[in-house]
Write a new protein. Structure first.
Length: 156
């Protein structure tokens, strides 16, 4: 399984602070999904930069983004994701939002979405380390099943 983790952050992309969320997603995946190949990218909060990271990740089974999902003017990860995907998977995004809400009411401000482009999944996580821990722990057990479903194997 190939997973691409894309951190969307102006400041991290400029080297003004260390990306902690992307490495945290990678750590959780390596601990919970044996054999997962994980690559990471850091891009600014710009639709074209995000789409560029998606293009560079075309061979990945999953693209997990972190950051750029809030209501701030430069938060454009959901918009870029909608441009990339063919179909939305609202249940995935709503499950992550519901779990996050258990930790903080501020989760209602997350605009993260999930969807597919062909057989590839794209899921938006919020940008905080605490949020990615929660979201990655919810999603990690579903990754293999998602790949089977996308390849037409069904629920078996």
């Amino acid at each position: 399984m190939r997973v691409s983790v894309v951190t969307v952050s102006d400041r991290a992309s400029r080297g003004e602070y260390e990306d902690l969320s992307g490495p945290e997603i990678e750590r959780i995946l390596r601990e919970t999904v044996p054999g997962a190949e994980v690559e990471r990218r850091v891009v600014p909060d710009e639709e074209e930069a995000i789409l560029g990271a998606f293009r560079a990740s075309e061979g990945a089974d999953w693209i997990l983004t972190t950051g750029g999902t809030g209501p701030a003017p430069r938060d454009v990860t959901p918009e870029a994701t909608r441009r990339w995907i063919d179909r939305e998977l609202p249940g995935v995004a709503e499950a992550l939002r519901a779990e996050s809400y258990r930790e903080t009411r501020n989760a209602v401000f997350s605009r993260g979405i999930a969807g597919m482009r062909g057989r590839q999944y794209v899921v938006n996580f919020p940008g905080s380390v605490k949020a990615v821990r929660l979201c990655a722990s919810v999603l990690a057990p579903l990754l293999e099943h998602g790949i089977r479903m996308a390849s037409g194997e069904g629920h078996g």
